[in-house]
Design a protein around this ligand. Sequence first.
Ligand code: GYE
Length: 311
Amino acid sequence: VASVALLGASAHAADKMTVGFSQIGSESGWRAAETSVTKLDAKKLGVDLKFSDAQQKQENQIKAVRSFIAQGVDAIFMAPVVATGWDPVLKEAKEANIPVILLDRTIDTQDPSLYLTAVGSDTVHEGAVAGDWLVKTAAGKACNVVEIEGTVGSSPATNRKKGFADALAGHDNVKVIRSQTGDFVRAKGKEVMESFLKAENGGKAICAVYAHNDDMAVGAIQAIKDAGLKPGKDILVVSIDGVPDIFKAQMAGESNASVELTPDMAGPAFAALAAFKKDGTKPPHFIQTESKLLLPDTAKAEYEKKKDLGY
Ligand code: GYE
């Protein structure tokens, strides 16, 4: 979390800094945690946070950003649901001199000046961490993988797919045999896994499932159990986020690996914003958070650390 003193120095004692936050929705446990942590950070820093939930729709996010501009906020935080189509509204923010900070997802644009910085993990790297783990675990044996992708057109779905594929390149024993989107949602992860199991004769030939987030992995675990197989043993489970529910699954032997993603994107964003408002200090254009591989041996400790964070 950005230090109170830092922000206090920039905000004139009397008037609070106002930040508009356009959030994607509440598709996953990780997203819920990001929302609560952002609100908490704002409260601690004395920032007036205007929160808007886009219910997964880009058009709602565009409307929210326009309304923040009309309200004359001091800055805008946005977690962009998909990667393309942001230039016009971000130009409007720029013309109004309102800095925009992207949280957790990135955008495709030719104009880097449209946002001050982006806080997030290297999502290609996350996919590679998951893929490297599986290549190592398969240890040269044949391994058919099914992949449950995130939201189509979102930066983490595109990048986590790419990073995983990169890690598998040159290891012909490990192969992705099916791939479909589950929209980062637990119920859809379950449905997609059910369809994979059906299409693959009940799943005996599936060695592993790679889900682009933990929620979809938790859904897949249920589908595997319903099909009479043991998740974590008959079918390996690897995913990304590090939410409390995946640590519970690890403790039960039903999840094998997850890649940690901090829900505190707002902390570094508020710190960068405070420095920028104070004396124009430009942050790096990308502020990268850590991506650690988390295995069952630390599941209990990780669960204890995270269980009260608003997931
Ligand atoms: O991994 C997933 C979520 O954008 C990086 O979005 C984020 C992803 C996160 O809903 O759970």
